[in-house]
Design a binder for this molecule. Structure first.
Ligand code: DX5
Ligand code: ZN
Length: 221
């Protein structure tokens, strides 16, 4: 299997007035990538930040891998500005999108990789027809919108099904993932781990990320 265990902290629950410092600290402590939660107040009942903030962050952090998790109603609208802001992986929800193939193609043509995300209520089979174009799939393990919610273990059959059928796919989980729930995600076959509260709030960020990465890697053959 060629997929690798990667830990991508979500900075949603960090001190956003110190975004660059908080992000740099996570990277210095071993984060493999940064997961940036973009919310538009329509697709989810919360509002965070958009491409101007991502661009400012990119100006300070030149080389890290940035994923934007687009919890927005019209992902097509933000492709060009996010590409310009230096985003590497543009992950959007398939639920509000009419033509997922077209949006995915536009993302890739703009130079970013494409991630396809599903909410807890969306069946994994809804992703199936897009798996040949997706670079990453994201299985949400909470209702998108807020950090610090409880992990939904009943989403694991989706991850298991994906891993069973697509051994080389990058499968990401997001929501309520931390030291207590990592085993469950790893066992199911997830390899890209988003973790907000559990990493950002940890006394020893480095140790928490290292431990989680090791658990995930141990299940990848
Ligand atoms: C939820 C976001 C997640 C979240 C993760 O809508 O997409 O990325 O912030 O935070 P925790 O790990 O605290 O659930
Ligand atoms: Zn997220």
């Amino acid at each position: 299997m060629s997929v690798k265990a990667k830990i991508g902290p979500s900075i949603l629950n960090a001190d956003l007035s110190n975004l660059a410092e908080e992000s740099q600290k996570l990277l210095d402590n071993g984060a493999d990538y940064l997961h940036l939660d973009v919310m538009d107040g329509t697709f989810v009942p919360n509002l965070t930040f958009g491409h101007p903030m991502v661009k400012s962050l990119r100006n300070k952090i030149k080389t890290a891998f940035f994923e934007t998790h687009m919890m927005v109603q019209s992902p097509e609208q933000w492709i060009a500005p996010m590409a310009d802001a230096g985003v590497n992986l543009y992950t959007f929800h398939i639920e509000p999108v009419e033509d997922v193939c077209k949006v995915s193609r536009l993302v890739q043509e703009s130079g970013m990789r494409v991630g396809l995300a599903i909410k807890p209520g969306t069946e994994v089979k809804a992703l199936e027809k897009y798996l040949s174009i997706a670079d990453v799939v994201l299985v949400m393990t909470v209702e998108p919108g807020f950090g610090g919610q409880s992990f939904m273990a009943d989403m694991m059959p989706k991850v298991e099904w994906l891993r069973e059928n697509y051994p080389n796919l990058d499968i990401e989980v997001d929501g309520g993932v931390g030291p207590k729930t990592i085993e469950c995600c790893a066992k199911a076959g997830a390899n890209m781990i988003v973790s907000g509260t559990a990493v950002v709030g940890a006394c020893d960020q480095r140790q928490v990320m290292k431990d989680m990465r090791e658990v995930v890697q141990s299940y990848l053959k």
